[in-house]
Design a binder for this molecule. Structure first.
Ligand code: TRP
Length: 379
């Protein structure tokens, strides 16, 4: 845990605030000391859930901490609570939806409560060009996307840090008292120029791990589905949880959704490389038209030699989010390799999937404005 996450000898960077380069996910398991989601764990999940979510089948959720224990407890009727979150630095893009869609599936299949943290404070502290008003406004906008995913209103509690600080602060303080500057310096690479809010922040992200136990007045197991980039915070949380009288939170890590330009992960700061949940059909068409593919320089050459779906952003989008049918994903890849399917037609198939997804999502998102109060945490 005392290693910096962005060791210079690797050709990628992965911290909660920066993701660059081509990430070696298997290596992260070793480096962070997590466990691979193996066949045995998958079949235990399948036994309880009755099916496997495509993100588990495809290894998109691929790493975990303590899930075996979580399932042992679940089988003894000791249910866990889910916790995940989002830093509201802008509108939601489709990559953000990945762990949320998965969390919804877990909520439904395991019949569990969910706490969802919107960290307007974090995004204010770490982005010098954003005001607190902006990040708070985006928190409310992002909440609409969360609700649109279809979480159970009776079992889902959205926390907005600056609105719910009275609930979070006593728990954050307990965490803060146990976390040294030297630890966060080592884990996140902070230095003397880091603002003190940033140094404190992991305490705030830890607080919801302890909240269910406080509310129920017993030790409650917590499972956090999240991008592997967030593991750093929870390594710190796990180190202090037991001294504070709580269980260590368990984790389910997903790989990050790649961007349309073929580089790293989808980033909200480079608008053309990702699709926002608020995009129009025309914007979807334009962005997919510009996406980097594994196609050849001419249709003739592609018919002869075939394309390469393994390096194609269009195929990636399908794999990560927009095609739940494994056979269909494989069939499209085969047709690409054989030269039968050209990029234009292939892009058209993806556009249709995205547009019908967004049409439905945007309707639910508008309806969510009326449901917001039912979802916001009340103490
Ligand atoms: N730090 C996260 C982000 O920038 C937001 C977050 C808060 C979070 N709590 C979480 C993410 C729990 C995953 C799980 O997006």
């Amino acid at each position: 845990m005392t290693e910096r996450d962005d060791k210079p000898e690797e050709d990628y960077v992965l911290t909660p605030w920066e993701v660059k380069g081509s990430i070696d996910y298997e290596q992260l398991i070793k480096k962070f000391g997590t466990e691979k989601i193996d066949e045995e764990l998958l079949s235990r999940i399948e036994n309880i859930a009755g099916e496997l979510h495509f993100m588990l089948r495809r290894g998109i959720f691929y790493s975990h901490r303590d899930m075996k224990w979580i399932l042992d407890e679940y089988e003894k009727d000791n249910k866990f609570v889910l916790y995940t979150g989002r830093g509201p630095s802008g509108h939601t893009h489709v990559g953000h939806l990945m762990p949320w869609i998965f969390a919804r599936w877990i909520q439904e299949r395991f019949d569990v409560e969910l706490y969802f943290q919107l960290t307007d404070d974090e995004k204010y502290l770490f982005n010098f060009d954003m005001e607190l008003e902006d990040t708070h406004d985006f928190a409310l906008e992002n909440a609409l996307d969360i609700i649109a995913i279809g979480f159970d209103p009776d079992k889902t509690h959205i926390l907005i840090d600056t609105d719910d600080i009275d609930t979070l602060y006593p728990l954050a303080l307990k965490a803060a008292k146990r976390i040294n500057f030297s630890t966060v310096k080592a884990v996140f690479g902070f230095d003397n120029s880091t603002n003190v809010g940033g140094i404190f922040y992991t305490s705030i992200q830890s607080a919801p791990c302890f909240l269910p136990s406080e509310l129920e007045d017993r030790k409650v197991p917590v499972v956090i589905p999240c991008g592997i980039d967030q593991d750093a915070h929870f390594r710190v949380t796990r180190d202090i949880a037991e001294t504070l009288g709580y269980y260590k939170p368990a984790l389910l890590h997903n790989k990050l959704a790649p961007s349309l330009d073929g580089s790293g992960k989808m980033s909200a700061s480079i608008p053309n490389t990702t699709i926002f949940t608020t995009d129009t059909g025309d914007e979807v068409d334009r962005k997919i038209d510009e996406a980097i593919t594994g196609g050849r320089i001419s249709a003739k050459e592609q018919r002869e030699k075939g394309g390469n779906p393994d390096i194609c952003a269009v195929q990636n989008y399908r794999f990560y989010l927009f095609e739940e049918d494994d056979r269909r994903v494989a069939e499209i890849a085969d047709r690409c390799r054989s030269g039968d399917l050209l990029c234009g037609e292939c892009k058209g198939l993806l556009k249709d999937n995205i547009k019908s997804f967004l049409e439905r999502h945007q309707k639910r998102r508008e309806k969510a404005r009326e449901q917001l109060q039912d979802f916001l945490f009340e103490n």
